[in-house]
Design a protein around this ligand. Structure first.
Ligand code: CA
Length: 234
């Protein structure tokens, strides 16, 4: 027997996007509910208790930001933001509002589904992806996502966008062992067709920036035969 279908709430005011996203989600075995504006989104959310929310940023009546904040008062349901904004700052802002992931329009439906699957898998595992500022090993490593600041032993460390994406993914899911493929998807998106070993060179650079001893790392641990896992102690 099939397990109960997960319910996904699509909050989007553009009918064409709703149509495509709904069709793909249904094809992938998900149940869907639709809200075309922010107020309706809150109503639907309370009615159906979805397993995941796909939330457009620009909405009538109540913005996506506001909807996200209201949902977060009571729920840790995974939220994927859809937006036309492309600036990295906005991306960080969206994640700070409490969204778990962010997709910029125009997006590929395949990529959206992949992110939906991955967030649902993580929420099944009980891993909470929410955080703003965190520190490990007695403030040896500090990450302030709100201001996008990384510090090692009190000094600011400059990370490339790919390094920062990889590090943030690792720290957000400390129990998870990431494969190279997953880190590639996080850093470069799904359509990147480079070699797995590209990740290794990013890891090497990251370690040189945040580890006290790169050959004996505290934070980015190699899990032999699988990939990488975060090892910081909070
Ligand atoms: Ca919109």
């Amino acid at each position: 027997m099939q397990s109960k279908a997960k319910k996904i709430l699509i909050v989007e005011d553009e009918p064409k996007i709703v149509e495509v996203v709904e069709a793909y989600l249904n094809n992938s075995g998900y149940e869907t509910a639709i809200a075309y504006d922010g107020l309706l989104a809150m109503k639907r959310f309370e009615e159906i208790h979805p397993d995941l929310v796909i939330l457009d940023l620009m909405l009538p009546h109540l913005s996506g930001e506001e909807v996200c904040q209201r949902i977060r008062r009571t729920s840790r349901v995974p939220i994927i933001m859809l937006t036309a904004k492309v600036e990295e700052d906005d991306k960080v802002e969206g994640l700070n509002m409490g969204a778990d992931d962010y997709i910029t329009k125009p997006f590929s439906t395949r990529e959206l589904i992949a992110r939906v699957n991955s967030l649902l898998r993580r929420s099944d595992e009980g891993i909470s992806p929410l955080f703003h500022k965190m520190s490990w090993n007695q403030e040896d490593l500090v990450i302030d996502l709100e201001r996008h600041i990384f510090k090692k032993a009190g000094a600011i460390v400059n990370l490339t966008p790919n390094e920062s994406k990889i590090l943030c993914a690792l720290v957000k899911f400390p129990q998870k062992i990431f494969t190279r493929e997953e880190l590639i998807q996080i850093a470069f998106g799904l359509d990147f067709d480079g070699f797995d070993r590209t990740v290794d060179s990013h890891i090497k650079n990251l370690r040189s920036k945040i580890e006290t001893d790169s050959s004996n790392p505290d934070y980015i641990l190699t899990v032999r035969g699988i990939g990488y896992q975060f090892g910081g102690k909070s």
